[in-house]
Design a protein around this ligand. Structure first.
Ligand SMILES: [Zn+2]
Length: 397
């Protein structure tokens, strides 16, 4: 018991130091995270971790996957500690302190990413040395990805490589801020922009042009019809609120003036599927409606008229597993048996999709994520460290 307390006391100042280093890397989604990845790889490398990286097309951003085997080689069935390295932008002038310099006050660490989710990454790195010196029964893996905030762009590339290298893992803990509660499911989040191209003309002769705004309106009406259909498709025992797949139009942009036929219109819409089949249902129905009904009418007047769907991102849902090993493990470690669902998207569904039992649990509250003066409390960081120390004890001989 005293041993455990000592580790926590030793590791906590180190966690704060690492978190402060991580916050200094301005890893806003879409920009390079390579320096941060270098930092993490070096730290893990000195402990004997095996690492590999995967990249985006331009090699501007990287995912890091590192494995600590402990004192001897162990095969398979490892546990992944997963965090994304990117953060949402921060406007320096709106913050009380500089968002890219960790500021410790009132037993909290303020800084962009402190809560979402560099706090979790700092905890895992601070404890890595304690995993490395043990006789582990299964390996511990560190998965640090890029561009999660922009619809999980990095993780799928890393997960493909995991499959290719046949690295089989049993459990994944995604350390998104959940106030250290075990989260067992979230809906998917699919985001689209549909672009309409018509033919401009004088408002007095609507039949001579192709009005992109009007076709977009019909498209939206069809979406609204499907929204009602989705309610009827509500799965039995859904754990979500509302229990069915939702659909929403976020923005319409198009047209020039009252008396000009609009030749351009864009509709931004999103879908939050409770089951993947609903996503397929909506997408197939809308594609058929555009291709068989709207486009032939548009092209009769203007052959170059077009409707194009742009996929902004498709974060797959994280589904409740019956008797989930990952949930059981984390509830056991934290002593908190509340098994909740959340409304935000994470990388959890991607790990689950390749057969890894997954749970979302990490320090800090989602209420502080993406906000001005984002913070994580010392207490949350300590609770996370304690969970990971107990995890280490559980998988050590
Ligand atoms: Zn996050």
């Amino acid at each position: 018991m005293t041993m455990k307390k000592n580790i926590l006391e030793e590791a906590f100042p180190e966690t704060l130091k690492i978190l402060s280093d991580l916050i200094k890397f301005q890893t806003v989604s879409g920009t390079s995270n390579i320096k941060l990845i270098d930092y993490c790889e070096k730290k893990l490398g000195t402990l004997g971790a095996n690492s590999f990286r995967t990249f985006d097309d331009k090699k501007l951003r990287a995912n890091l996957f590192s494995t600590i085997n402990g004192k001897q080689k162990v095969n398979g069935g490892g546990i992944i500690l997963s965090g994304h390295t990117d953060v949402v932008p921060a406007s320096v002038k709106d913050w009380t302190s500089n968002p890219y310099i960790a500021d410790e006050r009132d037993n909290k660490v303020f800084g962009r990413g402190s809560c979402d989710m560099k706090g979790f990454i700092a905890c895992t790195l601070a404890l890595a040395p304690y995993f490395a010196v043990e006789n582990l029964k299964k390996p511990i893996h560190f998965s640090f990805t890029y561009d999660e905030e922009t619809a999980c762009q990095g993780a799928p590339i890393m997960i493909r490589e995991l499959k290719k290298r046949k690295i089989n893992c049993s459990i994944c803990i995604v350390g998104e801020p959940t106030s250290m509660k075990a989260i067992q499911a979230h809906k998917g989040c699919y985001e689209y922009s549909t672009h309409f191209t018509g033919l401009a003309g004088h408002g007095s002769a609507p039949d001579k042009g192709v009005n992109a705004v009007e076709y977009a309106t019909r498209f939206i009406n069809k979406l609204m019809e499907l929204r009602e259909e989705l309610k009827k498709r509500e799965p039995k025992n859904s754990v979500f609120t509302p229990p069915y797949t939702t659909l929403q139009i976020g923005r319409i942009k198009g047209g020039l003036a009252r008396n000009v036929i609009a030749d351009q219109c864009v509709v931004d819409w999103e879908l939050r599927p409770v089951v993947p089949e609903d996503g397929e249902f909506v997408n197939k129905s809308m594609e058929a409606y555009a291709k068989d009904i709207l486009l032939p009418e548009m092209k009769k007047i203007y052959p170059k008229a077009d409707i194009k769907k742009e996929i902004i991102g498709e974060i797959i849902g994280f589904n409740k597993e019956e008797n989930s090993d990952a949930i059981n493990l984390v509830c056991n470690l934290t002593g908190d048996n509340s098994r909740d669902v959340v409304s935000f998207g994470t990388e959890a569904g991607l790990f689950q999709e390749i057969g890894i039992s997954t749970v979302v649990c990490g320090p800090g509250s989602i209420d502080q994520a993406h906000k001005i003066d984002e913070y994580v409390s010392f207490d949350q960081l300590k609770r996370c460290l304690k969970m990971l120390i107990d995890l280490r004890d559980q998988i050590s001989n």
